[in-house]
Design a protein around this ligand. Structure first.
Ligand code: SDX
Length: 434
């Protein structure tokens, strides 16, 4: 990646009778940044930003979010256009290479991904070591990290060819691993991927086909799955992507880095919110219970949050949630479950929350996780699989961001400092004197 930040004057920090000039840099769009890389050397002080709410951790050219406007661009293309007109394989190529592929480039890429979808035969023994009731995200963290034990020829991060093969392997094998985690949990035999099927259809068949009968897939559900993958593919420097970048900054191999991203995504404040949002809708249960839960969500002393609402960056409607809501209605119509009581609760909850002054004042809107759970449940996935599907789709984003970090000439190992408020130096006291 070529650094393209543009110098744009300086910011002056005045403190204790001293002034320090700090360079300001501009990107193509979005907020300018104050370059504080020399701040500690100049001032002997650190900045303090525990949740990184005001910190740009890197320069990137992959995904841009305008939280105020509610826009999301993958390499400059709006998410709603990609969801409506593209497909996940093409979006994978776009995120990795920066441009939409020509038809030849697409065919080559798609052919390659289809032929990396199988796992080493011994890999399947990993699954047998887990309890059947293990959470599938625990299985994903464990098995994806273990890929490094099978693909030594693509763990040298300084070899561009090895990075490309590892990227293709990760994108191609995540559906196979995810489907195996699901099949193992329900005690059904694993279904092999098929090269003649597109990415989403191949994944759905590995999840829902059984050897006892021919499998008939649904084009509507495959298209919906493909669209859900597009919506979840990347999202700037979110918690799991930042985890992947930090792990990768030490030179760790890509499989280990992706496993660290899966671990971070599992949290209910992040990718685990789709599972938590559906469980919340179950807990609310009926429309008449909604006011009680909205009150709990607003109560500072109550840890309850409306799962699927709010976002660190979006202070407007998450553009992915709009597409997700339309996809939800399409899937429920296709499956003839339009009057799913959970959907009624979700739509009424969204309506009430969007009119409530607390949510309006704090700019809390539905995010992508609010409608995805209802859709995935209708498609036949158990709640525990929802974050696995998020991880499957986000793998291409993690890989693209990891590659960009490895290729960034200004990249260093990530090593933040701290504001220390602990014990000052003191001498050891022998046990006999304590
Ligand atoms: C994802 O970063 C990404 O890009 C993530 C993601 C991606 O694609 O990678 O978009 C995917 O993780 C989406 C978010 C999924 N999480 C949830 O739906 C969980 C519920 N949401 C909240 O936990 C919360 O909104 C966060 C974690 C998403 C954002 O937290 P912030 O930015 O740190 O916001 P905050 O907690 O400081 O909230 C600001 C205020 C607070 O009130 P005050 O302290 O100012 O009085 O809003 C309140 C919060 O109490 N608030 C909520 C709320 N979310 C925030 N109140 C009730 N319900 C909520 N959901």
């Amino acid at each position: 990646m070529e650094n393209k930040a543009k110098p744009n004057g300086t910011a002056t920090l005045t403190y204790n009778g001293q002034s320090f000039d700090l360079p300001v840099m501009s990107g193509e769009i979005g907020p300018d940044v104050i370059d504080i890389r020399k701040l500690y050397a100049q001032t002997g002080m650190f900045t303090f930003d525990p949740g990184f709410t005001s910190t740009a951790s890197c320069e990137s050219q992959i995904t841009y979010i305008d939280g105020g406007e509610g826009t999301l661009l993958y390499r400059g293309y709006p998410i709603d256009q990609l969801a409506d007109q593209s497909n996940f394989m093409e979006v994978c190529y776009l995120l990795l290479h920066g441009e939409l592929p020509s038809s030849n480039e697409f065919e080559d890429f798609d052919w390659t991904i289809r032929r990396h979808s199988m796992l080493h035969d011994q890999f399947d023994q990993f699954f047998r070591g887990f309890r059947r009731d293990a959470h599938p995200m625990a299985i994903m963290v464990g098995t994806v990290g273990a890929l490094a034990a099978f693909y030594h020829d693509s763990t040298d991060i300084n070899d561009p060819e090895a990075r490309t093969i590892a990227s293709h392997r990760m994108i191609a094998k995540m559906p196979t691993i995810a489907a195996r985690a699901y099949k193992y949990s329900i005690g059904q035999p694993f279904i092999s991927p098929r090269n003649e099927l597109d990415y989403a259809s191949n994944f759905l068949r590995q999840c829902f086909a059984v050897p006892a009968e021919d499998y008939k897939g649904s084009d509507v559900l495959a298209k919906a799955m493909d669209k859900i993958f597009i919506l979840h593919a990347d999202h700037e420097q979110n918690a799991s992507t930042s985890t992947v970048r930090l792990a990768g900054s030490s030179g760790a191999n890509p499989f280990a880095c992706i496993a660290s991203g899966i671990a971070s995504l599992w949290g209910p404040a992040h990718g685990g919110a789709n599972e938590a949002a559906l469980n919340m809708l179950y807990e609310i249960g009926s429309v008449d219970k909604i006011p009680e839960y909205v009150r709990k969500a607003k109560d500072k002393d109550d840890p309850f949050r409306l799962m699927g609402f709010g976002h660190r960056v979006y202070k407007n409607y998450d553009p992915r949630a709009k597409v997700m809501r339309e996809t939800c209605h399409q899937v429920l119509d296709e499956l003839g479950v339009r009057n799913d009581p959970l959907l009624q609760v979700a739509m009424e909850l969204e309506k009430i929350a969007l009119e409530d002054e607390y949510f309006v004042e704090k700019k809390l809107y539905p995010n992508i996780d609010f409608y995805s759970g209802i859709t995935l449940k209708a498609m036949g996935f158990p709640t525990e699989m929802f974050t696995v599907l998020f991880a499957l789709a986000r793998t291409v984003g993690w890989i693209a961001q990891w590659s960009e970090m490895v290729e960034d000439p200004s990249q260093k190992i990530g090593r933040p400092r701290q504001l220390f408020t602990g014990a000052t130096p003191r001498d050891y006291v022998d046990l006999s004197k304590r």
